[in-house]
Write a protein that binds this ligand. Structure first.
Ligand code: 3SL
Length: 236
């Protein structure tokens, strides 16, 4: 049986080997949720970029741009990091360059994985099915917050582990802890996550609606994956 493990923050990634594994990168609030939403609304490809300057260089190559610093849209970018920014059809068939504080950095750090997938509550079941199909040792990388673990990504990791327990063997206590936390919180995810430090940051940005949206389960059935330098989805 293949294994499922959870890395609670990119700062702990050196304790896991990623090269032979499927990596699932998650930043529930809000980068991975916004990426999934953009693909569900027609985005063709997305170049994740760790730094603002990299995104600006891609703007000059006709990419649309999205991202945040301190949660706010970067000046001069086309979109911020809200799922509501990317669901009005403007991205249909387009290329997007995106940079966020933690999410795109976590992707950058996972590029050596055998396959890199993007996860959030919005695509939970589609993602679980894809992970089962791939049937490889799998590592969930939580983007966390500036090197620290956060509860929302950990809860998502636990939700994914919970969907995979019949098919994968849990490896390590962080995966077990994530699952137990999720099982405890699953009936009131909003109530639990609204207490987190990131929810409080989003509140100051009046982004409570974003948080409610990001906690919806199985809203979309797209699973972005990294192909060369771009995230793409399987064409249907
Ligand atoms: O850190 C990130 O990647 C962002 O998702 C943070 S925020 O929700 O846009 O503030």
């Amino acid at each position: 049986m293949k294994t499922i493990e959870v890395c609670l923050t990119p700062e702990l990634l050196h304790q896991h080997s990623i090269v032979e594994k499927v990596a699932v990168v998650v930043d529930v609030l809000r980068a991975s949720s916004t990426m999934i939403t953009a693909f569900a609304h027609g985005l063709e490809r997305l170049m994740p970029v760790a730094y603002v300057e990299g995104c600006m260089a891609l703007q000059r190559l006709d990419y649309l741009s999205a991202g945040e610093r301190d949660g706010a849209k970067v000046e001069g970018f086309d979109f911020g990091n809200s799922p509501y920014d990317v669901m009005n059809g403007e991205l249909k068939g387009k290329s997007l360059a995106m940079t966020t504080t933690n999410g795109t950095l976590a992707i950058e750090k996972s590029k050596s994985a055998k396959q890199l997938l993007i996860g959030a509550f919005l695509n939970l079941s589609a993602l679980a099915n894809r992970v089962k199909e791939l049937d490889e040792d799998t590592l969930v990388l939580c983007a966390g917050w500036k090197g620290q673990m956060n509860l929302e990504d950990t809860l998502f990791a636990g939700a994914l582990v919970a969907q995979l327990t019949n098919d994968f063997k849990i490896k390590g206590d962080s995966a077990l802890a994530a699952q137990l936390l999720y099982e405890n919180a699953q009936n009131d995810l909003y109530g639990v996550i609204s207490q987190t430090s990131h929810a409080q940051r989003l509140n100051k940005l009046s982004a409570d609606e974003d948080m409610r949206f990001c906690l919806k389960k199985d809203e979309y059935n797209v699973v972005p994956f990294l192909e060369s330098e771009h995230l793409v989805i399987q064409s249907s």
